[in-house]
Design a protein around this ligand. Structure first.
Ligand SMILES: C[S@@+](CC[C@H](N)C(=O)[O-])C[C@H]1O[C@@H](n2cnc3c(N)ncnc32)[C@H](O)[C@@H]1O
Length: 198
């Protein structure tokens, strides 16, 4: 079975190999300090979610007027742009890579959603999730586990979390969906609802 989770893992291997080549301990040209800092914070490679899967993620989250959507590691901004364009909600993407941020700004402009969408250059591990009522993620299993305490401690009861391809350990999703994209890759989507603390 061809799954995009596998594709993300393969990209991760390539990404780790490249990072090792750029390591200052090797005798290669080292990028400037800021670029090196951004590179060292990058904990997930870029693999975009196909548009039909983006639509399904937002549909599963039952996005409605008044929601605030956060996408952690927002890539070219496709999830936040779609949330604003389709549902008219405020949406914020968090991304570390300047090239992806540039692409996001182009996509926001093209879609005419600049009043609703914002991209912040910020490490996803430092994001305060409390303003979000919907959180989307296409990260990696161990990164989901890193973010899990923040979801639990910061997000309000009733908030929805949708993860593309990776679960959150022993947190049982309220819904799991499988979707094939137009190129035949299979994707798994998980939905959780934040519960009130007892
Ligand atoms: C698998 S891609 C997902 C992109 C987008 N959310 C989507 O589904 O199309 C993960 C993204 O996370 C970004 N990223 C990796 N580490 C990050 C970090 N520490 N802080 C912010 N963004 C990060 C990468 O640059 C990449 O664009």
């Amino acid at each position: 079975m061809r799954t995009r989770g596998l594709l993300l893992w393969m990209s991760l291997c390539a990404f780790l190999a490249t990072s090792a080549l750029l390591s200052p301990t090797r005798h290669v040209i080292v990028p400037d300090a800021q670029a090196q800092d951004e590179e060292s914070k990058k904990i997930v490679p870029y693999v975009p979610t196909p548009q039909e899967v983006v639509e399904k993620m937002l549909d599963m989250a039952q996005v409605k007027k008044g929601d605030v959507v956060y996408d952690l590691g927002s890539g070219d901004g496709r999830i936040v742009v779609t949330a604003a364009k389709k549902y008219g909600v405020r949406a914020i993407g968090f991304e570390i890579d300047p090239q992806r941020i540039k692409e996001s700004h182009e996509n926001i402009k093209k879609a005419g959603v600049d009043k609703l969408v914002e991209i912040r250059q910020q490490d996803i591990r430092t994001v305060d999730l409390s303003p979000a009522s919907v959180l989307t993620m296409y990260l990696l299993p161990e990164v989901n586990m890193m973010i899990r305490p923040n979801i639990w401690n910061q997000m309000k009861p009733g908030s929805r979390v949708v993860s593309h391809d990776f679960d959150m350990g022993d947190w049982k999703p309220v819904r799991e969906e499988h979707i094939k994209d137009s190129s035949g890759w299979e994707h798994t989507l998980y939905l959780w609802r934040v519960e009130a603390k007892k």
